[in-house]
Design a protein around this ligand. Structure first.
Ligand code: 6CS
Ligand code: FE
Length: 306
């Protein structure tokens, strides 16, 4: 298969332009209006404050705490703990391991947006809860998700969108997601040298497939010096394009910054072999089995009988 986005093949990083459209669908294909579509095309993300009501947020919180408790002593690869502590950093594959998050991942309020942006039916490529606990939640260094999913998982084109549902209020001071607006239109070809089984390290602290300082600075210059923060109350929802450069600082506040992420991939963009010499990453990180298009469902979380 042709590699349209080679990366980690040379010692020197470089920058190339995006080859794929940002938006594949049109205004008639879903709930986003022309203002939403123009903002997403230009900036690479869209934030919807309070897409879920306070009563629904209560259910989200209960499920978050329940999932956390259920995994407290689970010692399996899909449960990632913070470097140097026992605190849970992320739990992957929640859309397959828990009924509630499975239903939530099919909710029409988020699936219809993903279908419109990707111009097709969609499926979940990856899901996770990032907990970023108070005092101990460590950083997620700058990266493009697509660069990793292309090189390490074999995602062919930029036709995926992450949906982050804010489960605990995201403030300026508890490590909110930071995004460089417009960076989704440029692809940083990172320096080579990825170790085998890289995910065992990268999910705790990513050091390969991350931009060098000059490239990062170049993206910020192109954004006019802007670094946007996805702050908002629990129940807000952020959609961000697969290739946007993003990251988040550590959380030294007492307030947890927990979000659930569903990565929607187009059914036309299923994972192939990794575009690198690396062996494919495990199923909990890169869904390959029983891929079926999601049938969107409408329901009020506050009345969820799970
Ligand atoms: O490697 C991955 O797939 C994960 N790593 C990060 C930092 N973001 C995307 C994804 O969750
Ligand atoms: Fe990411």
């Amino acid at each position: 298969m042709v590699d349209f986005y080679p990366s980690r093949i040379s010692a020197t990083p470089s920058m190339m332009e995006r080859k794929d459209p940002v938006i594949y669908g049109s205004q008639q294909d879903g709930p986003l209006n022309s203002q939403d579509l123009n903002f997403y095309e230009k900036n690479g993300y869209l934030m919807f404050p309070k897409l879920f009501s306070d009563e629904e947020v209560d259910v989200l919180r209960k499920e978050l705490n329940g999932t956390m408790d259920d995994h407290k002593s689970v010692n399996q690869p899909h449960v990632v703990r913070e470097q140097g502590s026992d605190e849970i950093r992320s739990i992957f594959d929640v859309h397959r391991n828990t009924d509630f998050f499975q239903k939530l991942s099919a909710h029409e309020r988020i699936v219809n947006v993903a279908q419109q942006l990707l111009g097709s039916q969609v499926y979940i490529n990856q899901s996770r809860i990032n907990f970023k606990p108070g005092f101990k939640g460590k950083e997620f260094y700058w990266h493009s998700d697509f660069e990793t999913w292309h090189v390490e998982d074999g995602m062919p084109r930029m036709r995926a969108v992450s949906c982050s549902i804010i489960l605990t209020d995201n403030y300026e001071y508890n490590g909110p997601l930071m995004l460089i607006p417009g960076s989704h239109k440029h692809y940083i070809q990172c320096a080579a040298g990825t170790p085998d089984a890289h995910f065992e390290q990268s999910l705790k602290k990513q050091e390969f497939g991350t931009p060098d300082n000059d490239s990062l600075k170049g993206l910020v210059d192109q954004s006019g010096g802007r670094i946007d923060r996805a702050t908002g109350p629990a129940g807000s929802v952020l959609f961000f394009e697969s290739n946007i450069m993003h990251g988040s600082a550590g959380n030294i506040s007492p307030f947890p910054r927990s979000n659930v992420f569903f990565v929607f991939n187009s059914v036309e963009n299923k994972l192939q072999q990794p575009f690198s010499e690396l062996s494919p990453r495990p199923e909990f990180l890169a869904n390959r089995k029983d891929i079926k298009p999601i049938e969107p469902i409408a329901f009020d979380l506050a009345k969820t009988l799970v």
